[in-house]
Ligand binder design. Structure first.
Ligand code: HEM
Length: 421
């Protein structure tokens, strides 16, 4: 049985979960012609894809993130020459070398493990744990409007600025550059995860951001190699066991961090707040016992996770649940569906902050398991803890709910809270 399914369709955003359920039951492995991807929706099949790195290559992530979903170089046109010229003259880098630069999330095998070992140094639980006081300070500054009794948008006032501020500080971006860096971050995310942005990778805002950020990161990487500081850039540029990242690897990796680390955490905070406000009994339970905040966040990643799907490319002809997939095809394991699979989780559509479900795949699985999961969990915990005392004194302004314009990440555009009268 075949169901017409388009994973990138904006209409899906309001409620992808009922469609996922139908797919799991009636067409668990289905080809979406417009997106040109095979969509996989059952938990066991998603695990098959995530575990078998030899057959399902992470080059699929490169094609979706860096090449607008189409393999190969962009068409020759004057804007391409402008781009090449700017990268060479302003950033003083060779555009061609970006083609072989390593971006972690899109690498396989030895390339991946070597790079993961290098960048892991910056994300050890100890290093991340040391950030807690600063994360609390930023979260407190973000929620000051609530203290003053002013209207508050959870997204704009807390969920967006907290992760961007933290990643910038972690990387060691100078304070004078923070606003510029935040601007670049917005452009990276927009141009990669929206249908509109992906359609035109040579649009001026993307090109300007790419050139300026490459120039800045190249300069910073060189400065940190000579004179290391305690920041993440210093750690990842350092030579270890004779292995070192090139300037191209650094620029590509930082872009991946911005894509993988910011909007995801923003949406974890947003999805958690919405789920709690949608389920007043669960909110009450959390207010009565705030130690449940960690399991609340874990349940949010399962129930309404920020990352709905990943991408892989087949290296050979293969089969999933008896469906033949050709070599070179794009495959999307749909995490948001696997996490609601009734074959794996009891009453999967129930938001239960005490569930403590084992084995959700909201942070991925295996070799590519999310590098930033402890940072995301810590930031979201600090955010919810800063917000919690105010949630019972506030009501959500119920406008029509809108979701971010992205097929990669899932979350609300705003959650406005007003003081209860
Ligand atoms: C709730 C927030 C987050 C979610 C749901 C999430 C989800 C994921 C998922 C599903 C993957 C697997 C990708 C794959 O298998 O292809 C992944 C990988 C990754 N994530 Fe996260 N992420 C979050 C936050 C972060 C943060 C805060 C950072 C860093 C600051 C980060 C950095 C990365 C990186 C670098 C990878 C690639 C790891 C590799 O390929 O070895 N993520 N993330």
């Amino acid at each position: 049985m075949t169901i017409a399914f388009e994973p990138f369709a904006p209409e899906l955003r309001a409620d992808p979960y009922s469609t996922y359920r139908r797919l799991r039951d009636e067409a668990p492995v289905v080809f979406a012609p417009e997106a040109n991807v095979w969509c996989v929706t059952r938990y066991d099949d998603v695990m098959q894809v995530l575990k078998d790195h030899d057959t399902f290559s992470s080059n699929g992530m490169r094609i979706m993130l860096m090449q607008s979903g189409k393999e190969g170089p962009p068409p020759l046109e004057w804007r391409l020459f402008r781009f090449i010229g700017l990268v060479a003259l302003k950033a003083r880098m060779h555009p061609k070398n970006f083609g072989t630069a390593r971006g972690l999330i899109m690498e396989d095998g030895a390339e991946h493990s070597e790079m993961r070992t290098i960048v892991n140094r910056g994300f050890t639980p100890r290093r991340i744990g040391r950030l807690e006081p600063r994360i609390r300070e930023v979260a407190a500054a973000c929620t000051a409007r609530l203290e003053r009794g002013e209207d508050f948008d959870v997204m704009k006032d807390l969920a967006v600025p907290l992760p961007v501020t933290m990643i910038s500080e972690l990387l060691g971006i100078e304070s004078g550059m923070l606003d510029t860096f935040k601007g670049w971050t917005d452009t990276v995310v927009e141009s990669i995860s929206t249908n509109e942005g992906r359609a035109d990778r040579l649009a001026a805002p993307f090109v300007d951001m790419f050139v300026n950020m490459s120039a800045y990161l190249r300069k910073t990487a060189r400065a940190r190699r000579k004179d290391p500081k305690g920041d993440l850039i210093s750690q990842i540029v350092a030579v270890q066991d004779g292995k070192q990242l090139s300037d191209y690897d650094i620029v590509t990796f930082v872009m991946v961090l911005l894509i993988a680390g910011n909007e995801t955490t923003t949406n974890l905070i947003g999805n958690a707040v919405n789920a709690l406000l949608d389920h007043p009994d669960q909110l009450e339970k959390l207010i009565a016992d705030p130690t449940l905040v960690e399991s609340t966040l874990e349940e949010t990643v399962r129930y309404d996770g920020p990352v709905q799907m990943l991408f892989r490319q087949t290296t050979r002809e293969t089969e999933i649940r008896g469906v033949r997939i050709p070599k070179g095809a794009m495959v999307a394991p749909i995490l948001g569906s696997a996490n609601r699979d009734e074959r794996q989780f009891g009453e999967p559509d129930r938001f239960d902050i005490e569930r403590r479900a084992q084995g959700h795949v909201g942070f991925g699985f295996g070799k590519h398991f999310c590098l930033g999961s402890s940072l995301a969990r810590l930031e979201a915990r600090c955010a919810i803890e800063a917000l919690l005392p105010h949630l019972e004194k506030r009501t959500r302004i119920e406008t029509r709910r809108e979701w971010v314009d992205s097929f990669l990440v899932r979350g609300p555009t705003e959650i406005r809270l007003e003081a209860r009268h």
